[in-house]
Design a protein around this ligand. Sequence first.
Ligand code: HEC
Length: 152
Amino acid sequence: MKKSLLATGAALALGVGIAASAMAQVKPDVLVKQRQAVMTLQGKYLGPIGAMMKGAVPYNADVVAVNATFLENLARMPWDGFQPSTAGEKTKAKPDIYKDMAKFKAAWETLEAETSKLGAAARAKDEAGVRATFGGVAKACGSCHDAFREKS
Ligand code: HEC
């Protein structure tokens, strides 16, 4: 069950190709809603792990394994929604994204790499590994927001 949640490299490459070719028909306001929805879910699944890291709630390895695996998958989803066509929409995404796509892509690749490490440790029920990798995920979220998201 848990293994089936994991996309293999091949399935992932295929998925990205399909998403990219289907995207042409998606309206800019819908792309914004979709990417914001993925971001919201990332927050949903990161939050409880963060609370456990701080000791605010007891550590639960099963919850961490599920949440980290969802995060690992979610971390691959929002990026094809950041199209220049969305620059005029109501959004917190800074237009700088479309001026420096390489930097934005590097930031999302960092999140993908960090969530993979967290996911592997979480599924192995390796609490020390989760504690060692969580900070890298949180930092990947925060540093992209600092660079590319408007402050509210
Ligand atoms: C590569 C850049 C990048 C990374 C990495 C990233 N975000 Fe975001 N995030 C954004 C941008 C840009 C927006 C603004 C999107 C918009 O308004 O269209 C955003 C918006 C959000 C929002 C607000 C969504 C809404 O409905 O307005 C949340 C919550 C969020 N991110 C959580 C996270 C979490 C949690 C992580 C890490 C697990 C993360 N983000 C990683 C760029 C990033």
